[in-house]
Design a protein around this ligand. Structure first.
Ligand SMILES: Cc1cc2nc3c(=O)[nH]c(=O)nc-3n(C[C@H](O)[C@H](O)[C@H](O)COP(=O)(O)O)c2cc1C
Length: 429
């Protein structure tokens, strides 16, 4: 079988999303308080044989402007949504973002493992370190410096993995006849004391059929890349163009190799924003329409919050250069610099495009041409697959699964059925 693309849908637990104007599109259903909406969306994505979907998450409002004008935000906790969507589906992977910076590993391991068991081994954990001071403030804390955030993340993840491998196969008896409940000899005690977290005791949740959740990661600083190369099975990245994707792809595969893993075990997924039309010109009109709906008042505050630098102090009519930033996301800053250089964008222009597709490709055209563009990225080692973002909800996903997926299936680059039942089996296909 030829190499197969991976598709993961980008969701947020609320009406807003990657594209800042999605919630304002006339075709968008802002039914995020209705569980039936989420069930139906999960079924749409499963019918399209997506590897999975995941909820990106942010624990606070980015700032007053994005709160008032509808920038990216989570208005619900994603965990219950994932539980609801798991019950409406049987194969699709279910990704949830949890920050390692504010919770103890036992709480994270317990909720994720429980979801993994109940969903039949379909959970992914997007491990984030959090990058916004306001998130820390909601926990009564301050954001640690970047390298310490990763030190803590590594400790938290190691404790979770230790918990998740603590039960040997066949540990759970539940034998009514003998009264034997759990085979004590098959249970390992966790005993870890780190600089940031500690855990001592026996983990209480039995393993799922994929043993533990798939690990996703999206760090982009050198430290973030090493962390992802060591642990992540799926890496989510923002890249502006094919050469940028290729550079990231090559670098991550090298780092995975150096970390002693097979580069194939660390799949790189780039963000794309497909806009599909009956003709090329209809698709271009749709693109212009949705991009023009972005509120210009959001652009600079949102980009500032993402990279952890107040950009209002810089001239709007000049390109932005690299600035050291302790908070914020290196990945977001990288894509801003890539696009600024490629198209000689002013800060104002870069901010506007950042509020549409976060400066990642908008893949625009007929279903055939969208499929061609995706294949170009995939065939030329820009990526192993895609994080698909929406401009209309759920219309973008309906159009994509109905029109682009069958073309990719016919070309033999995307599955027609799921290979097994767990997410790990699906992504290893
Ligand atoms: C594509 C992408 C997606 C991300 N998604 C989230 C998210 O949903 N929630 C979150 O708190 N951080 C998210 N982040 C932030 C990263 O996980 C990380 O905490 C941040 O980028 C700082 O690390 P870095 O400097 O190594 O990039 C994302 C970053 C990137 C590049």
């Amino acid at each position: 079988m030829s190499r197969q693309m991976k598709f993961v849908a980008f969701l947020m637990a609320g009406p807003t999303s990657h594209h800042h104007a999605m919630w304002r599109h006339p075709q968008t259903e802002n039914r995020f308080l209705d569980p039936v909406f989420w069930e139906s969306l999960a079924r749409t994505l499963e019918a399209g044989k997506f590897d999975g979907f995941f909820f990106a998450d942010v624990l606070s409002f980015y700032n007053e402007t994005t709160m008032a004008r509808g920038g990216q935000m989570s208005l619900l906790d994603p965990i219950p949504l994932v539980a609801i969507m798991a019950r409406a589906t049987s194969h699709i992977g279910l990704g949830v973002t949890i920050s390692t910076s504010f919770q103890e590993p036992y709480a994270i391991a317990r909720v994720l493992s429980s979801l993994d068991v109940l969903s039949g081994g379909r959970i992914a954990w997007n491990v984030v370190t959090s990058a916004i001071d306001r998130e820390a403030q909601l926990f009564g804390e301050a954001l640690l410096p970047r390298s310490e955030r990763y030190d803590r993340a590594e400790e938290v993840l190691k404790v979770c993995l230790d918990f998740w491998t603590g039960w040997a196969d066949g540990a759970l008896f539940l034998d009514k006849e003998s009264g034997d409940f759990i085979d004590e000899a098959k249970m390992r005690r966790t005993d870890i004391t780190g600089k940031y977290v500690a855990a001592k005791g026996v983990f209480t949740v039995p393993p799922s059929i994929q043993r533990h959740p798939v690990i996703m990661q999206a760090g982009s600083s050198p430290r973030g890349r090493d962390f992802a190369a060591s642990y992540a099975e799926l890496v989510f990245t923002l890249q502006h163009s094919l050469p940028d994707m290729q550079a990231f792809y090559g670098d991550m595969k090298d780092r995975a190799d150096k970390a002693g893993r097979s580069p194939d075990d660390c799949a790189i997924l780039v963000s794309v924003d497909p806009i599909i039309g009956e003709t090329e010109s209809i698709a271009r009109e749709k693109q212009a329409y949705i991009n023009d709906l972005v509120d210009p008042r959001l652009a600079i505050p949102f980009m500032s919050a993402h990279i952890g630098v107040d950009l209002s102090q810089y001239p709007l009519d000049r390109p932005i250069n690299d600035i050291p930033a302790e908070a914020g996301s290196r990945g977001s800053f990288d894509v801003i610099l890539q696009a600024t250089k490629a198209s000689n964008l002013t800060l104002r222009e870069a901010a506007k495009h950042f509020a549409t597709s976060e400066l990642c490709p908008q893949v625009v055209g007929t279903p055939e041409s969208v499929a061609d563009q995706l294949q170009e990225f995939f065939d030329n080692k820009g990526c192993d697959g895609f994080i698909v973002t929406a401009t209309e909800m759920p219309g973008s996903f309906e159009a994509f699964t109905r029109s682009v997926v069958p073309i990719l299936q016919k070309r033999g680059v995307f599955r027609k059925k799921y290979p097994g039942s767990t997410l790990r089996e699906t992504i290893q296909m």
